[in-house]
Design a protein around this ligand. Structure first.
Ligand SMILES: Cc1ncc(COP(=O)(O)O)c(C=O)c1O
Length: 459
């Protein structure tokens, strides 16, 4: 479905990424009252980011009236882009009845039913308000179900802002191996206790043999292995079937809870990511697109596992609840969003993603640029250099290439396209062949120009 691009007729895109005076003024105010001048590092850059004024479909208009093609989609949460009419209608209808109640509403049943209908392993669900909360609850559930404390996660993978899950989020060659050549448990935040590092085992994303060895040794001590089958920080590449099979087998052998974190990758198929990869997780965490653009998180799983949160027979083994858990606005937005993410829509969007990646790869090759675009379905990420990207270590750019990636992100913004800071992005359903062509052409042009500028500096 093509959307009218807002702001058409007064497009003031310029070649300066951040020359917007109203955005600059907003930033000067914000920096006085917010550390770093932004709520999150991922949407900030020097000298200041453009501030969003409004959005429609796949376009955002900033405070200065610049039209921007949005491939960040609030960090991949807006599968239907901005101000999607069915979501707005559903939220308006829900809001008119009241925004939150200390009583359940039918909308929480409907959204839980919608998830169960897509994937039978999501038989029961508990909602919360973010992916972080969902992962946190799933890990607590796994500890209670197994009576064990330690967890395992994959190197570089992001699962939210929670001590254990932030271990080895951004290790470097200087600290990423332990004395045996296995991935070390590396502190992300200053102040994270040593005990957290000891309780978190780190697995390599693209080395099935080492993964099997580590799990054979550590398995009996683990409550959970959490994985993201298409992790953005591990390169936006799919986890190999060998690695996921190793994990599945170890979890069955040692009674470990397998948690599939589908906060981003749920979008990859109608059923979510695990059925696509033939994985049978014990718990599934989701967020982002299942909330239709409003705050949400969810833990789902078979009733036998989800019983760990059951309070109906006395104190639950794990308490899970929150003031706005299952709030009717998020429920209504999520339901409308999922209803419009039908099988044919998923297929069309994934097909656009395939076309887009092909176009960019061919365009870069035709210009002789050593770079590629990884991704699956509607997700993509740019990588510089000749090497194959298979996981966190091969995706980690050299400091020089990291600076080039940032320049490319800003140059794309100057041309009216918003990518995330590591030049990853997501397509949304309002996009058509026209936007894909525009996006591919601009990306190839910008990467080729940056590469030739770099070459002339080096010469
Ligand atoms: C795979 C994954 N898990 C968990 C999270 C945390 O979700 P939230 O930002 O909603 O807390 C994210 C966020 O990007 C994510 O990508």
């Amino acid at each position: 479905m093509a959307m009218t691009a807002p702001g058409k007729g007064h497009n003031s895109n310029s070649d300066s990424a951040a020359s917007s005076s109203l955005s600059e003024a907003a930033y000067r105010r914000e920096v006085k009252v917010v550390p770093g001048g932004s709520m999150r590092a991922a949407s900030w850059f020097k000298p200041h980011p453009p501030y969003a004024a409004r959005g429609e479909g796949c376009w955002v208009v900033d405070l200065d009236g610049r039209r921007i093609l949005d491939c960040a989609n609030n960090f991949f949460s807006l599968i239907h882009g901005h101000a999607f009419p069915p979501v707005l209608d559903a939220v308006r209808e829900a809001m008119a009845k009241g925004t939150a109640f200390g009583m359940p509403t039918e909308s929480e049943i409907q959204l839980a039913e919608a998830l169960a209908a897509r994937n039978p392993r999501m038989e029961q669900t508990r909602f919360c308000n973010s992916g972080t909360e969902a992962v946190l609850a799933a890990l607590k559930g796994a500890r209670a179900l197994t009576g064990r404390e330690r967890i395992a996660k994959f190197e570089g993978c992001y699962h939210g802002a929670y001590d254990w899950i932030e271990v080895s989020l951004d290790p470097t060659p200087a600290n990423w191996n332990d004395e045996n050549g296995n991935p070390a448990s590396v502190r992300h935040n200053v102040g994270t206790p040593d005990s957290v590092l000891r309780e978190t085992v780190v697995l390599p994303y693209d080395d099935p043999q080492r993964c099997a060895e580590i799990l054979r040794r550590e398995g009996p001590t683990l409550a959970a292995v959490i994985l993201d089958l298409h992790a953005s920080r591990a390169g936006t590449v799919a986890m190999s079937k060998e690695v996921s099979a190793v994990v599945q087998e170890a979890c069955r052998r040692d009674g470990i809870m397998l948690i599939s974190d589908e906060v981003i990758c749920f979008r990859l198929s109608y059923e979510g990511a695990s059925p696509l990869f033939g994985l049978e997780p014990d718990l599934i965490t989701t967020a982002k697109i299942i909330g239709g653009g409003l705050p949400i998180g969810a833990v789902s799983g078979p009733a036998a596992h989800m019983a760990v949160f059951n309070h109906a027979d006395g104190k639950p083994r794990v308490s899970m609840g929150g003031t706005f858990s299952g709030n009717p606005l998020s429920m209504a937005a999520g339901l409308a969003s999922l209803e419009h993410y039908s099988r044919p829509v998923v297929e069309r969007l994934n097909g656009l993603g395939d076309d887009f990646r092909k176009r960019v790869r061919e365009g870069l090759a035709a210009k002789g640029v050593e770079a590629t675009l990884s991704g699956l379905g509607s997700l993509f990420r740019l990588h510089l250099g000749p090497g194959e990207v298979t996981g966190y270590r091969t995706a980690l750019p050299s400091p020089e290439n990291a600076a080039r990636i940032r320049r490319i992100q800003l140059a794309m913004l100057a041309k009216g396209v918003l990518l995330t800071p590591n030049c990853s992005g997501a397509l949304s359903t309002p996009m058509t062949e026209a936007e894909i062509t525009l996006l591919a052409d601009k990306l190839v042009e910008v990467v080729a120009k940056e590469t030739s500028d770099q070459a002339s500096v080096a010469a």
